[in-house]
Design a protein around this ligand. Structure first.
Ligand code: TEU
Ligand code: CA
Length: 529
C-alpha cells in the first residue's frame, strides 16, 4: 500500500483573510495577522491553512477578481509578509494552500485591458468575445451566477464578453494555449515560493461549450432560488475538455513534492467524482460539498455517506466540509447543539476534513444592517448575500473581539464577549475544546485518519452510527441527530470505552449492550477487547 500524503492524513483550515486578524488598524485582516495567529492554529491541531485570495484586486468580489496573479494586495501586505507567513507556518509544520482563481480575472487585469483595446489585440482571444445575436442582444441565454446576463456589451468594439460571475470578472479563454502557459507560470511562481498546494476556484467552469449553445430550462426551478438556476448549466460548465486542463495543472504540481490540488466543484456526486480524473490525474480533492447541501437528518446523511463512499473511484481520496465563505454557517443552519454533532461527523468520517474559520467557536450568522452590506451578490439578488458568514473571528472579550483596533469591515456577532477563543479555550465543555480533542484523536489514531469506513445499521430512528477501523483499532461513532432521548444499541459481545462525548464528560466509561443518548448527543467509542 502506498503511504498516505499529508493532505490525506491532515485537516485543512480555511482562513478568510479579511476577517481573521487585523494588525494595522484598518478594520480588515491581513497577512501579518494570519502569521500572528499561527500558534493558535498549531494549538488547535490543524495541518494546513487555505487562505482565500490575497492578490492585487479591486475587490469587486473581495479578491476573487484578480488584477495580478503574482503579487499581494497592499491591503493584505507585501510579498515579504507572505514569505514570512510561509516560513513561520512551515516552522510549525503547517502547510499553506493558496486560492487560485483561474476562471476569470478582474477587468483591471492588464490582460483584459489589452484584450478590450481592440478586436486585433493579440490578447483579444485570451477572453471570450462574441458578436451580438443575429437579432441583437447577448449571444446566448447564459446567466451570471450573481444575477443578470453573463454577457456584457463592449460598445467600443461592438462585441460582448462573457463573465460567469460579475461583469468585473471576465472569463479567461482556457482553450487558448497561451492562457494555459501563462497560468502554469503563475502556479510555478507560488510553488517556488514554497506553497504546498492550491484550492482552485470554480474549476468545473474553466471550459465552456465550443458552440456556445443555449442552456436548457431547468424544470425544477424554484422561485426563491438564484436566477441562475432557471437554466441547467450543461453548456456553460462541466464540459469534457476541462479534464485536460486540470491534468495539465496537476502535472505542473507533480514537478514538486506532495503538492495538493483541491478543486472547487458544485456538482452532484456522480459528476463530482469524475474530477479525480480518468487516471486519478486531475484534482486530488474534488471538494465534496454534500454535507452543506443535504438535509440535516440522520437517514439523509447516512445515505449520503454511503453514496459518496460507493461513488469514489478506486484510489480516490474522500473529503468533507461543513461550510465556507459562500454558504450559511453550520451553527446557523442546524443550531448550536447539532453543530457539535457536526464537528464529530466532520472529524471522524473517512477523508480530509476542511474546517471553516470560526466554526470551531460555534460562530453563527451575523445580521448585516442594509447600510453595511458588502457582498455585491446581495445587492444584485437580495437574500443571497454572503456577508453573514464572513464576519470577523472573535479572539477575546476586548474591543472588537481582539480582531482589530478599528471598526471591523463587517460587524461582529453580538455574542463576542462570551463566544471568543480566550473564553472557550480552557472551558472543558466548550465547542472549541471539542474540536481540539477531535483533532488530537485524529492525529493519535491512524484508524480515524486513514482507516476504513462502514455504516452500522442500528435501526434507531434519528441516530447515525458508523465505524472507522484498521488492523489496530475499531472506533464506533454514534450521533443523535434529534433533540430527543435516543438509545445507542451496540452489537452483542463487544465492550466499548467512551473516548469522547459531545456534551463533555463520560470519558473512560465502559459500555456494552446499550446506552442512553441524550438529545443531540454524540459519542466516539473505542472497541475494548
Ligand atoms: O464560488 C463559486 C460558486 O460556485 C458559488 O459560490 C456560486 O457563486 C454560488 O453557488 C452561485 O451559484 C467561488 C468563490 O468561492 C466565491 O467566493 C466567488 O465569488 C466565486 O467563485 C467567483 O470567483
Ligand atoms: Ca489590516
Amino acid at each position: 500500500r502506498r503511504p498516505t500524503a499529508w493532505w490525506q492524513r491532515g485537516t485543512v483550515y480555511q482562513v478568510y483573510p479579511r476577517s481573521f486578524q487585523d494588525t494595522n488598524g484598518d478594520g480588515v485582516g491581513d497577512l501579518r495577522g494570519i502569521t500572528a495567529r499561527l500558534d493558535y492554529l498549531a494549538w488547535l491541531g490543524i495541518d494546513a491553512v487555505w487562505i482565500s485570495p490575497i492578490f492585487p484586486s479591486p475587490m469587486a468580489d473581495f479578491g476573487y477578481d484578480v488584477a495580478d496573479y503574482c503579487g499581494i494586495d497592499p491591503l493584505f501586505g507585501t510579498l515579504e509578509d507572505f514569505d514570512a507567513l510561509v516560513a513561520q507556518a512551515h516552522r510549525r509544520r503547517l502547510k499553506v494552500i493558496l486560492d487560485f482563481v483561474p476562471n476569470h480575472t478582474s477587468i483591471a487585469h492588464p490582460w483584459f485591458q489589452e484584450a478590450r483595446a481592440s478586436r486585433q489585440s493579440p490578447r483579444r482571444d485570451w477572453y471570450i468575445w462574441r458578436d451580438p445575436a443575429p437579432g441583437g442582444g447577448p449571444p446566448n441565454n447564459w446567466l451570471s451566477n450573481f444575477g443578470g446576463p453573463a454577457w456584457t456589451f463592449d460598445a467600443a468594439s461592438g462585441q460582448y464578453y462573457y463573465h460567469a460571475f460579475l461583469r468585473e470578472q471576465p472569463d479567461l479563454n482556457w482553450r487558448n494555449p497561451a492562457v494555459r502557459a501563462a497560468m502554469h507560470d503563475v502556479l510555478r511562481f507560488w510553488l517556488d515560493r514554497g506553497v504546498d498546494g492550491f484550492r482552485v476556484d470554480v474549476i468545473w467552469h474553466l471550459i465552456k461549450d465550443e458552440g456556445f449553445r443555449d442552456n436548457p430550462a431547468n424544470p425544477d426551478f424554484l422561485a426563491h432560488e438564484p436566477e441562475i438556476n432557471r437554466f441547467t448549466q450543461v453548456y456553460s460548465a462541466d464540459r469534457p475538455e476541462v479534464f485536460d486542463v486540470i491534468s495539465e495543472m496537476r502535472r505542473v504540481l507533480d514537478a514538486y513534492e506532495e503538492r495538493v490540488l483541491i478543486g472547487e466543484i458544485y456538482l452532484p456526486i456522480e459528476r463530482l467524482v469524475a474530477y479525480y480524473g480518468p487516471n486519478l490525474d486531475c484534482a486530488d480533492l474534488p471538494f465534496n460539498f454534500q454535507l452543506i447541501q443535504t438535509p440535516w437528518r440522520a437517514d439523509a446523511v447516512a445515505e449520503l455517506v454511503q453514496n459518496y463512499e460507493a461513488a469514489l473511484p478506486e484510489g480516490g481520496w474522500p473529503n468533507w466540509v461543513l461550510g465556507n465563505h459562500d454558504r450559511p454557517r453550520i451553527a446557523a443552519r442546524i443550531g448550536p447543539d447539532q453543530a457539535r454533532i457536526a464537528a464529530i461527523l466532520l472529524l471522524t468520517l473517512r477523508g480530509t476534513p476542511t474546517l471553516y474559520y470560526g466554526d470551531e467557536i460555534g460562530l453563527g450568522h451575523v445580521p448585516i444592517p442594509p447600510e453595511r452590506v458588502q457582498d455585491p451578490w446581495e445587492r444584485n439578488e437580495p437574500g443571497h448575500g454572503r456577508d453573514p458568514e464572513r464576519t470577523p473571528m472573535q479572539w477575546d472579550d476586548g474591543d472588537n473581539a481582539g480582531f482589530s483596533d478599528a471598526e471591523p469591515w463587517l460587524p461582529l456577532s453580538n455574542d463576542y464577549r462570551t463566544r471568543n477563543v480566550d473564553s472557550l479555550r480552557d472551558a472543558s465543555g466548550s465547542i472549541l475544546t471539542l474540536y481540539r480533542i477531535l483533532l488530537a484523536l485524529r492525529r493519535e489514531h491512524a484508524a480515524l485518519a486513514e482507516g476504513a469506513y462502514r455504516t452500522c445499521q442500528e435501526g434507531v430512528d434519528g441516530v447515525f452510527a458508523y465505524e472507522r477501523y484498521d488492523a489496530v483499532a475499531t472506533f464506533r461513532i454514534v450521533l443523535n441527530f434529534t433533540d430527543e432521548d435516543r438509545i445507542c444499541a451496540l452489537p452483542d459481545g463487544a465492550a466499548w470505552t467512551v473516548l469522547l462525548c459531545s456534551h463533555g464528560g463520560r470519558g473512560g466509561d465502559r459500555i456494552d449492550g446499550r446506552t442512553a443518548l441524550r438529545p443531540s448527543e454524540g459519542l466516539v467509542l473505542l472497541r475494548a477487547d
